[in-house]
Ligand binder design. Structure first.
Ligand code: ATP
Ligand code: MG
Length: 171
């Protein structure tokens, strides 16, 4: 099964991100992510067999995060996959540390695939027709977070469906 570890926004932020998705889609076209799928990926694990799932679930459930807050205030694009995203205008050392700490532990559990560079972002659109974000409105959203989730992604005809399999502890 296809798995990843992510932060998921509280409901009030989901709808604010959804409003930004609408603005982005009106300008850029492409496929808008459903609000229910909006997330920040910290670690993409890819295919994980059932034999490794139990240990992974157990490990996630044992983790406690230092509470953090991510400030989102910029639009961005990934040109090749034609993705439009939102993220932070400043480097985010707390998220980078969280990413590094997760990957250090995941590597010890036998997982591979840590990216050489981590760009924290929330994908709003895929296959955008116009990668023009300059005229989109300015915004600033503070996202306080306390928990990571292990998520199963099931690819279907209308896009992926996510199911949370485990959550870290809340301090
Ligand atoms: P859709 O199927 O609608 O395109 P999706 O891309 O979000 O949805 P997945 O492909 O399962 O669904 O990806 C889950 C998460 O992992 C997303 O945040 C995605 O950007 C990220 N991801 C997917 N593939 C990789 C990869 N090879 N490397 C790093 N992150 C990835
Ligand atoms: Mg995908």
């Amino acid at each position: 099964m296809r798995l990843f570890i992510a932060l998921t926004p509280p409901p009030e932020l989901r709808s604010r991100f959804g409003e930004l998705s609408d603005l982005a889609q009106a300008r850029c076209g492409g496929r808008r992510m459903p609000d229910a799928n909006l997330h920040l990926t910290l670690a993409f694990l890819g295919e994980v067999g059932p034999a490794r799932l139990e240990a992974l679930v157990h490990w996630v459930e044992q983790q406690t995060l230092p509470p953090g807050c991510w400030t989102l205030d910029r639009w961005g694009c990934f040109r090749a996959p034609r993705i439009v995203w939102i993220g932070g205008g400043k480097p985010e050392p707390t998220l980078q540390r969280l990413h590094d700490r997760l990957w250090q532990a995941l590597a010890a559990l036998g997982f591979e695939g840590e990216p050489s560079r981590y760009v924290p972002h929330i994908t709003l659109l895929r296959r955008a027709e116009r990668l023009e974000t300059r005229e989109l409105p300015a915004f600033r959203i503070d996202w306080p977070y306390r928990q990571v989730e292990l998520i199963h992604s099931l690819t279907g005809p209308g896009g992926s469906r996510y199911t949370t399999l485990a959550r870290s502890r809340v301090a």
